[in-house]
Design a protein around this ligand. Structure first.
Ligand code: FAD
Ligand code: A2P
Length: 379
């Protein structure tokens, strides 16, 4: 990516040098480019995980913060912009594509309840996708409900842009939370009930083969007809995946046909500070694009809402209701991704706020749907 960096001074460091990075004060350096063909979001990973240090054998280039400001990364192949329709179901469960794991990194700190991993998959450019789509993964083994048959496909939102984290159109990244089952009596993890596919993905190693299907999904595609539009994104946990992709396309990549000049506003709900996902990446956009990016966090187990309950993303809607309603009236897109359980709370909050404003929420919602401003993907 030397051509994208221009005349910037760069410093090359092995990713595993946690101590030297921290000591050199480079921890906050978020504009990271890459050598060869792989990019490691090392500040996002925050080097909190020992795995990061032990596994990383490649080097990253860290630009000086001031000089790096607003520089974007060149991407290829630009033919990925040419299609008029998104790719759909290029590979189906009966004939999945066999891809290769590039890396698996823990994204969260030690105090996060549960584990979430960032998984980079090499599809060799054979399974192209657009931002907001999902891949299906078929875990190895037999479906316990259909002896002799493979497991059912599990869907995962793609967390990278169509160019992937290595900006060459050959990889896709997933953000996967291990589904863990705790015995209600003992409080212990019950290995017989651990989620099959999420544990397979989080346990996989570079070089492992995985079977994938897709890409699928249209509801979360990023509408690009107006590059100056407003996009309000509400995520819980791994629901941040498609938004990471949008934001990289808007602020990190140099895409000649998409020059974002609007407002992207991300609300992220997670348990605590250690559970934040891609936080350094987002903080970098805030620093470099303060007029185009807003970022609000709801830390359910660290912060309280005004009623003394857990702070959830819907409480943030309430806090900013006037602005959110104004932006929606002006045509903003609003997206919800993550826990299914968040939607009733969000709908209740929006209804309450609308009533306080003397508006009818049901009518407003049907207008938003009609105008294709309302996008929901929850699981
Ligand atoms: P499964 O094996 O399918 O088990 C499901 C649940 O049941 C688990 O919580 C497990 O602990 C529990 N369980 C298993 N066996 C038992 C038992 N005997 N008794 C009681 N409980 C049991 N997930 C992500 O992490 N990231 C994403 O980006 C993402 N995107 C998605 C996008 C879409 C459109 C959809 C539909 C889903 C998405 N998911 C995502 C969810 C994902 O598809 C899987 O559902 C999730 O990873 C769990 O799959 P699993 O195979 O690990 O668990
Ligand atoms: P909590 O688990 O404290 O109740 P994570 O993947 O880090 O757990 O993120 C999921 C986030 O979504 C957590 O903060 C979780 O809070 C929160 N959450 C759980 N249920 C809801 C809900 N009904 N509405 C909004 N947020 C929720």
């Amino acid at each position: 990516m030397a051509h994208a960096l221009g005349a910037q001074v760069s410093l090359s460091l092995p990713v595993g040098t946690d101590v030297s990075l921290r000591k050199s004060g480079l921890k906050g350096c978020n504009n990271v480019s890459f050598h060869n063909n792989f990019w490691v979001p090392f500040t996002s990973l925050d080097l909190r995980s020992n795995k990061v240090q032990s596994k990383c054998r490649f080097k990253v280039v860290c630009m000086s913060v001031q000089q790096a400001s607003k520089s974007k990364v060149a991407v290829k192949p630009l033919e990925l912009e040419d299609a008029k329709e998104p790719p759909l179901n290029l590979y189906k469960p009966k004939e999945p594509y066999t891809a290769t794991i590039v890396s698996v990194e823990r994204l969260v700190g030690p105090k996060a309840p549960g584990e979430t991993c960032h998984i980079v998959i090499d599809h060799g450019g054979n399974v192209p996708y657009w931002e907001g789509q999902s891949y299906g993964i078929i875990p190895p083994g037999e479906n316990p409900k259909k002896p002799g048959a493979p497991h059912n496909v599990r869907l995962y939102s793609i967390a990278s842009t169509r160019y992937g984290d290595s900006f060459d159109g050959k990889t896709a990244s997933l953000c996967v939370r291990r589904a863990v089952y705790y015995d209600p009596e003992t409080g212990e993890e019950d290995p017989s009930k651990m989620g099959v596919c999420s544990n397979f993905l989080c346990d996989s190693k570079p070089g492992d083969k995985i079977r994938l299907t897709g890409p699928s999904g249209k509801v979360m595609l990023l509408p690009e007809d107006d590059p100056n539009a407003t996009h309000i994104m509400m995520a819980t946990g791994t629901g941040v995946a498609p938004f990471r992709a949008y934001l990289r396309r808007m602020f990190m990549e140099d895409v000649p046909t998409y020059k974002f000049g609007g407002l992207a506003w991300l609300f992220l709900g997670v348990a605590n500070t250690d559970s934040l996902l891609y936080d350094d990446e987002f903080a970098g956009y805030l620093r470099d694009y303060p007029d185009n990016f807003r970022y609000d966090k709801a830390l359910s187990r660290e912060q309280k809402n005004k009623r003394g309950g857990k702070m959830y993303v819907q409480d943030k809607i309430e806090e900013y209701s006037d602005e959110i309603f104004r932006l929606l009236d002006e045509g903003a897109h609003i997206y919800f991704c993550g826990l299914k359980g968040m939607m009733p709370g969000i709908q209740d909050t929006l209804k309450r706020v609308a009533e306080q404003r003397g508006e009818n929420w049901d009518e407003k919602l049907s207008q938003l749907r009609k105008k294709k401003q309302w996008h929901v993907e929850v699981y």
